[in-house]
Design a protein around this ligand. Sequence first.
Ligand code: AAE
Length: 705
Amino acid sequence: MSTSAFDPDPDLLWTPSNASLTQTSFFREKINSTYSLSLANYEQLYEWSISHRGAFWSSLWDWENVIGHKGDHVVDESSSPEGNPLWFKESKLNWAENQLRHHEQYPDEIAIIQTSESTSIYTPTTKRVTQYELNRLVGKVQRSLISSGIEKGDRIGFWGGNVLEAVIVLLASSSIGAIFSSAASDFGVDGVKERLEQIKPKILFVTNGVVYNGVIRPLLHLLPDLLSKLSNPPEKLVMIDHLPSELVSSSISSSMSIISKDASNKTIGCNWDQWIDTNEGETVFEKLDFNDPIWILFSSGTTGKPKAIVHRQGGMLLDSMREHHLAGDISMGDVFFYYTTPGWMMFQYLVSSLSTGCTIVLYEGSPLKSPSYLFNLVDELAITIFGTSAKWIEVISKSFPDSDIKDNHGLFSLKQILSTGSPLPPNLFDFIYEKIKKDVLVGSITGGTDICSVFAGRNTSLPVYRGEIQSRMLGFALDTDGPPNTPGELICRQAFPIEPLGFWPLEGHGFLPADVEEAKKRFKESYFKGDEGIWYHGDYVQITPSRSSNSGGILMLGRSDGVLNPGGIRFGPTDIYSVLEGSEFSELGIEETLVVGLMVDGGADEKVVLFVKMKSGRPLDENLIKRIKTAIRLARSARHVPSKIIQVSDIPVTLTNKRVEVPIRKLINGAPVSSINPATLRNPECLEAYAQLGEGMRREEGICV
Ligand SMILES: CC(=O)CC(=O)O
């Protein structure tokens, strides 16, 4: 693969050196020969995949050699997303069996590398687990789950670090048809409680602690509080010694006594090593329906309790193969790292790549222990696919303003850099190509918790253009709700197999009918509008005109509920963020910004309000305000220039570190702080200040307060 020196398009940053040797091209040839077609490029393949969905998803099943029984049925082609049809109704498969499918043929290949942050008093060893060993461990955990009384449809909870045991429990859970759900070690007790209370797991796994940024953070001492807050605590608690017990021993002993006290009523605690089956045996896989639930993810909606999104076994399997193997060309020999925690869907995204035969890297710790920390890891582990967040790339770009990362790190193995979490602005594409590596595919990917996959993203068969997501993914009828070539909300017009089954509780799991009905209503309100039946994804985007037959790239402009509309000009918050996130404003002291609309004229119009968090000790003075306004006017337009630019001490972010416009827009327009669910935010203590600022602004505007 190489950069193209001759293409006149100034936005072209990278071109695959041999697009015809990618999985996407091979698959297109296969489709052409099977259906006697002559699809000539990605654009034509994409159009075919959405106009022949049954044939596409069925061919994908065959192409990926899914282990299972396919049957004849694929989907009712006339069904809408709101109809949420069953897919592959006659099929039987198991997600975990497919993830572990290389253990017999390639027992010695490394499936997982586990690495963790060290402290001055503790240096963890890097663990390498072979395909054989992983399958064996999953078998042991599977048998222990069964002995613990876990059956198909029961929920299994996990709270803790990004560790090997989390992956093993996830695989073992799917192997018997149980439903997995996890929370990250940095979620507070209330955040975990809100999740577990909704799904009522029978068993909970907890790591004893993690190291983050040099600090030991024990978890077990929080368990008594958590258990006492649950109306229906898990019957069993399994504690995983991720850290040596002497580093967290005081917290263990205090929590164990309280767990034992609870044990007479409810929860019985034990240690992973005591719990896990000591016998050897076969790992068996329950043949499940394509539409059986596999895991529950939580979306960080900021009002009400988090939405408990239930995904399906078959959809998660088939689409992850499309994503990692077909679109990403990941295969055995690749080493795939994604910086994530078990509290983010990128954990499932990463684990789901095991089916390709690649090695996945689990890293537990801070991604910013030093700016070069993860680049060293790339060299040390020969990582080929490196995934991170746009925020991390931004921070790194500010930490290395003058030095070339490529001069200090080999990065020879690196083929792809993936980014998600928030839009990757054009200047960060430039940063990667100039400072990190020239010959690398930069895959900005977007999808999220709602689909636990990617709607648009990395595509090894297509070029990379500055600021653009490469392509819409095969099989998804994606569009915007506006006229062509204008920004609009991202929609999916046709039913798709990774549509969630619904919000928990689903019918048939012993929950109150009223709760099931409420979950159904909330699901409908979350993704559908009017009676069109199409899926509204909640992202504000623009599909660009097709270049190099990519069928159009995607520009991410923000969340659709954060769209601004001053004087009838609609634009996304990203239009402002991308101007202010370069190194120029970082050097001037800007740390973070948030932009929202203040309703004026009785709601008929709005004014753009920009909140700015400054680096410690740096003021937001008149000079800087002037520079901000000028930069926005020059880069965007006079209509984009904020009416008010206000310094704040903190910008609210979700538990997965995404900044949130919606609650702040509500607060400054008069909603009470109590209307925002604090457990969904990492720093809810900052909300009160926004409510007060809103009150002041409304007074200034002559709006009744
Ligand atoms: C793939 C994604 O979209 C991940 C996220 O931002 O949550």
